[in-house]
Design a protein around this ligand. Structure first.
Ligand code: PLP
Length: 390
């Protein structure tokens, strides 16, 4: 069994999480705790390291071909873990899912068109929409007693008619919501009514806790296959984000042909490291994942209990993901003040809520996928930084 408590020093390894925390957040990696970018401080499954070691031992790093076993590994995983039958031919391997999202925007919309997001949401969506000169339509999620809900009636009243696409984050980052089947179905109906392409980013689909059950969009609403693009990846699940590999899965032949044209135009082709790691992870990483989920669940419990004990702070119920979304509005402090305390007193680097869009202003996002000792230390430091509220 993997020892997730192992101390692994990631400093000076070009780790975004640990080596960029000081320039970005002013928190020194010497005594600070990095809880921002979404990767984990753990080794991946042994099979992944062995697959990379096999490449190193061979020592020739040429072009990759013959991807049937890689795609079969993806299909096997989707079938076993998600009850979703995927055909090999539906899969494109992209340079990660931000790249996959950007290719979807370029394929299914034109400059100036509206692209709908349910905010607060993963910040890179807005970045690629903007960079492609599309218009972001922010549909603010309703915070119903610490649980996000979509407000499709409000969204409907916002529409101008130039909207072409919805990008859904399922499960949701941040906030950790696992959308229910009726919620997914309602969104699918909305897309049909307003003639929208639905891009369902399900990168966090394996990181679901307890009795919560993730439903694949294509299973929740099979009738919208002709407007649905599914995004999944091995990167969050197995902590191989640096391999930059993602699965864009498109069932409908017409949508697939359109995407294939953009893929070709961009000169895309698979990265052998990412592909080989993915194949190993999907074929041999299941036990590791089950252990990881147990470990993360306990981290979540400790973090939530620690936050709940600080008056004015509230962590959203994390049904999925390892990204805790903490509401500081109960402190009555402006974001500059609570952020200053977190960074300078608790010495923790956490993502700024406003970067996730409307509704995120009074939040910080904390990545709890680190060794338990650091999670425990983080909650103690936060309690001390906000001790005057006790
Ligand atoms: C919803 C979502 N999509 C995509 C990504 C990143 O994808 P990639 O690293 O494959 O580009 C993240 C990373 O946090 C994410 O949360």
């Amino acid at each position: 069994m993997t020892n997730f408590d192992e101390v692994i020093d990631r400093r000076d390894t070009h780790s975004a999480k640990w080596d960029a925390m000081e320039p970005l957040y002013g928190v020194s990696p010497d005594d600070g705790i990095s809880m921002w970018v979404a990767d984990m401080d753990f080794h991946p499954p042994q099979a992944v390291s062995a697959a990379v070691q096999g490449m190193v031992d061979h020592g020739v790093y040429g072009y990759y071909a013959m991807d049937a076993s890689y795609k079969a590994a993806i299909c096997g995983w989707m079938d076993r873990r998600h009850g979703w039958t995927v055909d090999l031919d539906w899969i494109f391997s992209t340079h990660g899912l931000v790249n996959g999202t950007a290719l979807c925007i370029q394929t299914y919309s034109n400059a100036g068109d509206g692209v709908i997001l349910f905010t607060p949401v993963y910040h890179a969506f807005a970045k690629v929409i903007n960079a492609n000169n599309r218009r972001i339509v922010e549909s603010e999620l309703v915070n119903n007693n610490g649980r996000y809900e979509m407000d499709l009636a409000a969204l409907e009243s916002q529409l101008k008619g130039d909207e072409k696409m919805v990008i859904l984050c399922s499960p949701h980052n941040p906030g950790g919501r696992v959308w229910s089947k009726p919620e997914l179905k309602a969104l699918a109906d909305f897309c049909v009514k307003h003639d929208l392409i639905l891009v369902s980013d399900e990168i966090h689909h394996d990181l679901v806790y307890g009795d919560n059950k993730h439903t694949v969009m294509s299973l929740a609403a099979p009738e919208i296959i002709n407007r649905l693009v599914m995004l999944t990846a091995s990167s969050k699940t197995f902590n191989i984000a640096g391999a930059h590999v993602g699965n864009v899965i498109i069932e409908d032949p017409d949508l697939r042909a359109q995407f294939a044209a953009t893929y070709l135009a961009g000169g895309n082709s698979p990265n052998s490291f990412g592909v080989i790691m993915t194949e190993a992870a999907y074929n041999d990483g299941e036990d590791w994942l089950n252990d990881l989920l147990d470990y993360l669940e306990e981290n979540r419990r400790i973090f939530d209990a620690g936050i709940a004990a600080i008056p004015g702070l509230k962590s959203m119920d994390l049904s999925a993901t390892y990204l805790a979304w903490v509401d500081f509005s109960g402190t009555g402090m402006p974001p500059e003040e609570f952020t200053k305390r977190v960074e300078q007193e608790a010495k923790i680097a956490a993502n700024y809520g406003h970067t996730f869009g409307k509704g995120g202003e009074n939040f910080l996002r904390f990545n709890i996928a680190t060794r338990r000792e650091l999670v425990e230390k983080a909650v103690k430091r936060l309690a001390a930084a906000f001790a005057d509220l006790q």
